[in-house]
Design a protein around this ligand. Structure first.
Ligand SMILES: [Fe+2]
Ligand SMILES: [Fe+2]
Length: 314
């Protein structure tokens, strides 16, 4: 603990967090910037607008990985104050696709129906499939959030604190084989298939993990990256071989490989460490940086540090 600065010390003040997040000294390790971000996230979630503004300032950074995480975090705060910077990010074609994707998804997570028309526009007109599909999901999620179904459906209380791109299917849907069939059925709306995905996550048995892994064969990169994300939440060692396979496949989209690296970082079994060390040298920046952050998380999981948001001294 003594090698960590206390949260309310210099690095814990808003100015300190801003300096770390935005790399004002030009030599802040990315892993520390992530830790600062998660601290800002908890402040933002409590309604601290300044924390949200600081996070949004980071969209000027070159790191695709960092920026997509900024967007994710802004969505998770559920604050209406985060809508503007997210809409700007979605609209900005100069931002990388993964960053714009995460911005659209975050708008879905916030769930305010004022953004429906913007999402409709990008759902219909964006040249990139990953953006169109993300907008499709975000639209459906917002509609669901404002629907009768939300109040009448009996959903499993999630073990995960995240706001997901789709709610799980109701509790009475518990046959893994059926859910697996829905997950992989390209004729079904994407939103329904995502609902099956999150239901399988909540079931969480070995059979459910295997069903989820079958989703890595899907033609949509967005879909495959979400499977990797869910595995990162589940932290089941049974998903490790499938995740390593994804990471090893250099033809796989970087967005999917990145998510696999992060998932391996949160699973943090001993077999994972050499894999991550190898990919911390990957040619693809976003994969390399994901492995770097994942290694930091691995060290955290295997240490006696109690709070991930405390920033180690350099
Ligand atoms: Fe994503
Ligand atoms: Fe991601």
């Amino acid at each position: 603990m003594d090698e960590l600065r206390q949260a309310n010390g210099d690095s814990g003040s808003l100015d300190g967090l801003r300096a770390t997040l935005l790399n004002l000294d030009g030599k802040t390790p990315l892993a520390n910037r992530f830790r600062a971000l998660f601290h800002l996230k908890s402040l933002g979630s409590e309604g601290n607008k300044q924390a949200i503004d600081i996070i949004a300032e980071g969209f000027k950074d070159p790191s695709e990985l960092l920026k997509h995480e900024l967007a994710y975090v802004l969505g998770q705060t559920k604050q209406l104050h985060a809508i503007n910077p997210l809409v700007e990010t979605l609209k900005n074609r100069e931002q990388q696709a993964m960053v714009r994707h995460e911005a659209a998804e975050a708008l879905g997570a916030i769930g305010d129906d004022s953004v429906l028309s913007i999402l409709e526009d990008y759902y219909k007109n964006d040249p990139l499939e990953v953006i169109r599909q993300t907008c499709e999901l975000a639209i459906e999620r917002i509609k669901w959030e404002h629907s009768q179904a939300k109040n009448t459906e009996d959903l499993e209380t999630s073990a995960f604190s995240s706001i997901d791109p789709a709610p799980p299917l109701p509790k009475d849907q518990q046959q893994v084989a059926k859910l697996r069939a829905l997950l992989n059925n390209q004729e079904e709306p994407l939103f329904q298939r995502y609902r099956a995905m999150f239901r399988l996550r909540d079931i969480g048995t070995l059979e459910a993990v295997e069903a989820l892994a079958s989703g890595f064969d899907d033609s949509s990169a967005l879909f495959r990256h979400e499977i990797a994300y869910v595995f990162g939440q589940l932290c089941d060692p049974a998903s490790v071989p499938a995740l390593i396979k994804v990471l090893n496949n250099e033809k796989e989209e970087s967005m999917v490989r990145h998510e696999a690296a992060e998932a391996l970082g949160s699973i943090a079994t001993d077999e994972v460490l050499p894999v991550l060390s190898k990919f911390a040298k990957d040619n693809e920046t976003v994969v390399r940086q994901s492995a770097e952050v994942a290694l930091d998380m691995y060290e955290f999981e295997n240490s006696d540090q109690v709070d991930y948001t405390l920033i180690p001294t350099q």
